[in-house]
Design a protein around this ligand. Structure first.
Ligand code: GLN
Length: 483
């Protein structure tokens, strides 16, 4: 049953042809069968899931159910969950049990969704392949020698492998869209400020945003609608009214203007990706959309700007993990400085240490103007490029990733190569815009390709509508991996 759409599952729950306990049991059985190969979950909360499912069944029986009541779901391990381990993929937090729920977690709990576990991720959400996790890499269900993408690779793999119908993620520079693309599912990162960051362990606060994974845009709309809303505990949470993101799904695409940034199509895309993206654009034209060329002249500067700003913010955010206030403490040390030093050296992996070093460097006296301020100026130029492009079109489309999923270990010794894989996603976070990735086809070796849609601020419903119409005409999103 968990292979069905959320709408069908909810209808079956209401009709009592399935119970929430049966759904949770099905999800837990699939995790048990598949997780040894995929490593999508760091923690499976069997008892908590069954208790939540029983509570959901009581609500359903009382006629008090919402669209997500009784639906199994997984949270990326970046979201704090009261009473359940929250590791953020790090040895630093390997034993951390949060005393409270993240805002997103409590919203979904209140909606009656049934959390089955916490998913694997790059350590502190730093990575594009899920290989930097302290708990070992997650494997791509389409080919277990390949990466699932990162940093929310566990959530994407869990949905792709049909272990859960929906999962949460976070996207600082592409971590929802990238793994969605490499795992052949749909993922959306909304406008910055839409999803509360309260209880979502901070990586780069001005870029971090929670997001949603599902197989289809329709299901993403349902999950994202339940995750949004103003939260006074996050000072960047926006006070505005939120319509249901599924409100616009049925709108035909006739007249939709799709902007194609010429810089995205100039070079850098592999043949697999180019062919699938071009075929998807042809499909969009068949659906009545028109395509126009637009330009994002500063897009090529997005990687250097992002890889200054994100580490700068990370170096500050991660200073709290010192073995005293939070996190792993070394067993043996000589004095206070030695304790800090050993605790952080032992608790953080290589990629996190690299980012803390870079971030500390670019913020230090004498380099701050040369790097950090310069990067902030580029950030503004990038946002202005998007604003100009979005005057000529309704949505921007292009690839999500330059290639299909690559081999585990293939790029992990070359950080710069890894960073370059983020070329199409990071600019969206620098501008704070919403972005979505949906399945667009497969490469010659049977690995999924994603198409990215980028919209203006608060146009999530339009992006989901666009992807939904595409999914009515194609079946890429319903293909399932055999692993
Ligand atoms: N790959 C990017 C990074 O490593 C983005 C990660 C993310 O969105 N959390 O910073």
């Amino acid at each position: 049953m968990i292979d069905s759409s959320l709408k069908d599952i909810a209808a079956a729950l209401r009709a009592k042809t399935v119970s929430a306990v049966e759904l949770a049991t099905e999800s837990l059985a699939r995790i048990e069968a598949g997780n040894p190969r995929i490593n999508a979950f760091v923690t499976v909360d069997r008892d908590g899931a069954l208790a939540a499912a029983r509570a959901a069944d009581t609500r359903i029986a009382a006629g008090d159910a919402g669209p997500l009541t009784g639906i199994p779901l997984a949270h990326k391990d970046v979201f704090c969950t009261e009473g359940v381990l929250t590791t953020c993929g790090s040895k630093m937090l390997a034993n951390f049990v949060s005393p409270y729920d993240a805002h997103v977690v409590s919203l979904l709990k209140n909606a009656g969704a049934v959390m089955v576990g916490k998913t694997n991720m790059d350590e502190f959400a730093m990575g594009s392949s899920n290989e930097s996790s302290h708990f070992g890499p997650t494997r791509n269900p389409w080919n277990t020698t390949k990466v699932p993408g990162g940093s929310s690779g566990g959530s994407a793999a869990a949905v792709a492998a049909r272990m859960v119908p929906i999962a949460t993620g976070s996207d600082t520079g592409g971590s929802v869209r990238q793994p969605a693309s490499l795992c052949g599912i749909t993922g959306i990162k909304p406008t910055y400020g839409t999803v509360s960051r309260f209880g979502m362990i901070a990586y780069a606060s001005s870029l971090d945003q929670g997001g949603a994974f599902a197989r289809t845009a329709e299901d993403c709309a349902q999950l994202l609608s339940a995750m949004t809303g103003h939260d006074p505990r996050d000072s960047t949470s926006l006070e505005r009214s939120y319509d249901h993101y599924g409100a616009d799904l049925a709108r035909p695409l006739a007249g939709l203007r799709i902007g194609l940034p010429k810089e995205f199509f100039a070079e850098g895309m592999s043949d697999d990706v180019r062919l699938a993206v071009e075929a998807a654009l042809a499909e969009y034209r068949k659906l009545g959309a028109t395509t126009v060329e637009v330009s994002l002249p500063n897009a090529r500067l997005a990687i250097p700007a992002y890889y200054v700003i994100a580490p700068a913010e990370a170096s500050s955010n991660l200073s709290r993990f010192d073995g005293v206030r939070y996190g792993h403490r070394a067993a043996e040390y000589t004095d206070l400085n030695d304790m800090y030093c050993k605790s952080r050296s032992q608790g953080f992996g290589a990629e996190v240490q690299r980012r803390i070093l870079v971030g500390t460097y670019v913020l230090s006296h004498g380099y701050y103007d040369a790097y950090y301020i310069k990067a902030q100026k580029l950030r503004r130029l990038i946002a202005q490029d998007f604003a100009a492009a979005l005057e000529q079109c309704d949505v921007i489309a292009g690839p999500t990733n330059p290639t299909v999923a690559y081999g585990i270990g293939e790029k992990s010794s070359d950080p710069v190569q890894m960073y370059l894989g983020d070329i199409y996603t990071v600019a969206v976070n620098l501008a704070g815009l919403p972005g979505l990735s949906h399945p667009a086809g497969f490469g010659k070796d049977g690995l999924p390709v994603g198409l990215q849609l980028i919209g203006n601020y608060f146009t999530e419903a339009r992006l989901l509508n666009t992807a939904h119409q595409f999914q009515q005409a194609t079946d890429w999103h319903s293909r399932a991996p055999v692993f």
